[in-house]
Design a protein around this ligand. Structure first.
Ligand SMILES: Cc1cc2nc3c(=O)[nH]c(=O)nc-3n(C[C@H](O)[C@H](O)[C@H](O)COP(=O)(O)OP(=O)(O)OC[C@H]3O[C@@H](n4cnc5c(N)ncnc54)[C@H](O)[C@@H]3O)c2cc1C
Length: 395
């Protein structure tokens, strides 16, 4: 894949139809991250009998969904599937945060920092923005500097401001979804799951680390970076895990207000794709490194920073935001990317069991789509919608 920001629009795969299930069927979802949590909630709201199981709990520190914040943006270059999915996700985030009585979406906008006159990543999304009446604001270099004086614009050509995006409280949202799932009647179990053998084209049960066996009509494995090791024969080469780092830097005390109101920013340099969240729920100015890190084991991997990656990020920070030259590092996080081969999400059934589904491949951009993806999967399993072809990786 090229990068997190624009997954492949045309992987060589075909569409696939899936069996659907009658209401009251028992569906077990394994993994309470952004994908599994929202999917279990929407399945429950459709009338299914749903059990959600997680080894370490929703939004745990090993999971991809366990960081403080995540960017939400519709812009995906020429990839209309994700633009449309995110438009629905925005609606559902707003609707659900009201239901949860918690503010999860911070609509501070997204600022794209563009180096060249043409920036396909943003320009190719403009027709979709027009379709949804969600137009970006084009800012000349001068306007960019005037409006955002903390940005060094020397090497930039222009900026685009997307007023509809912003950031989400990630861990808090993941736990809020799990809480809502239980309040609305779902069963949650904290245990590690091992899949059982597939017999006669089905998986009849799964084994839990507490010694119990869980039976069900269907099993959805939404295990993020663990999917590859859980199903090595099928997914070992499909879902791979890389070590990613994010840093929270301290902003100057006298000027903290202007950082708080600064939009999410994405530096479209075409290589590192640094991005960040200035307000970041008061935790410090967040800098994310999108370039793929080393291979990582999400269970046993140590969350110690790579000093070289940090040093490079500091050089970038000093260049782009000179006022933060000596900003102290307040907090940092190592998070696993659950990479699919082409950056697209994965939804497909097990080749040996029609009632076992894989849901994952967030590839560093999945969090924001959680509610829209969960709604989509619930619709697919009731036979009311089809899965976008780009999600149906063939094994
Ligand atoms: C550094 C970083 C920055 C990112 N930035 C963004 C961003 O700005 N915007 C965005 O939209 N997305 C972003 N993402 C991607 C996003 O966070 C992920 O795509 C999303 O959180 C994936 O959710 P998930 O549910 O698939 O996986 P996870 O959140 O990892 O959840 C998987 C769950 O499965 C459980 N599990 C695993 N194995 C088992 C088992 N055997 N039994 C029981 N439970 C099990 C785990 O405990 C875990 O809770 C970023 C990711 C990273 C790492």
């Amino acid at each position: 894949m090229t990068n997190t920001f624009a997954p492949d629009t045309n992987p060589k795969i075909g569409s696939k139809s899936f069996p659907y299930f009658s209401k009251k069927s028992h569906i077990t979802v394994i993994g309470a991250g952004a994908f599994g949590g929202w999917t279990s909630l929407y399945l429950l709201r459709k009338g299914f009998n749903v059990t959600l199981i997680d080894a370490w709990g929703a939004g745990n520190s090993r999971s991809s969904s366990g960081d403080e914040t995540r960017v939400i943006r519709s812009t995906y270059g020429a990839n209309e599937t994700y633009f449309d999915l995110n438009v629905r996700a925005l609606e559902l985030w707003k609707e659900n945060e009201k239901r949860f009585s918690t503010r999860l979406f911070h609509n501070c906008g997204v600022l794209w920092l563009c180096y060249h006159e043409k920036t396909a990543l943003v320009d190719d999304s403009i027709p979709f923005a027009r379709k949804h009446a969600m137009m970006y604001e084009l800012l000349s270099k001068d306007e960019l500097q005037k409006r955002y004086p903390i940005v060094n614009t020397d090497d930039l050509h222009h900026g685009y401001f997307d007023p509809y995006g912003g950031y989400l409280k990630a861990r808090e949202a993941t736990q809020a979804v799990q809480g809502a799932f239980v309040r609305e009647g779902g069963t949650y179990i904290q245990a590690k799951v091992s899949p059982s053998q597939c017999v006669g084209g089905r998986m009849h049960s799964i084994q839990l680390s507490n010694g119990e066996t869980c039976r069900g009509d269907a099993f959805i494995f939404a295990c993020g970076s663990w999917l590859g090791s859980l199903f090595p024969d099928v997914l070992g080469n499909v879902i791979t895990c890389s070590k990613q780092e994010v840093y929270y830097f301290g902003v100057p005390s006298g000027n903290s207000g202007r950082y708080e109101n600064f939009p999410v920013w994405i530096d479209v340099d075409g290589q590192n794709f640094y991005y960040g969240i200035a307000g970041n729920a008061n935790r410090g100015f967040k800098v994310g490194v999108d370039i793929r890190g080393e291979a990582f084991d999400p269970s046993t991997g140590d969350h110690t920073l790579n000093p070289q990656v940090l040093e490079k990020a500091r050089v970038f920070l000093t260049h782009r935001f000179p006022e933060l030259k000596d900003a102290p590092l307040l907090e940092s996080r190592v998070c696993p990317y659950e990479n699919s081969p082409d950056g697209n999400f994965l939804f497909n059934s097990h080749p040996d069991a029609a009632n076992v589904f894989f849901l994952g491949g967030g590839s560093g951009h999945g969090f924001k789509h959680g509610p829209a993806l969960g709604e989509l999967i619930a619709d697919v399993l009731t036979g009311n919608r089809t899965v976008p072809e780009i999600f149906c990786h063939h094994f």
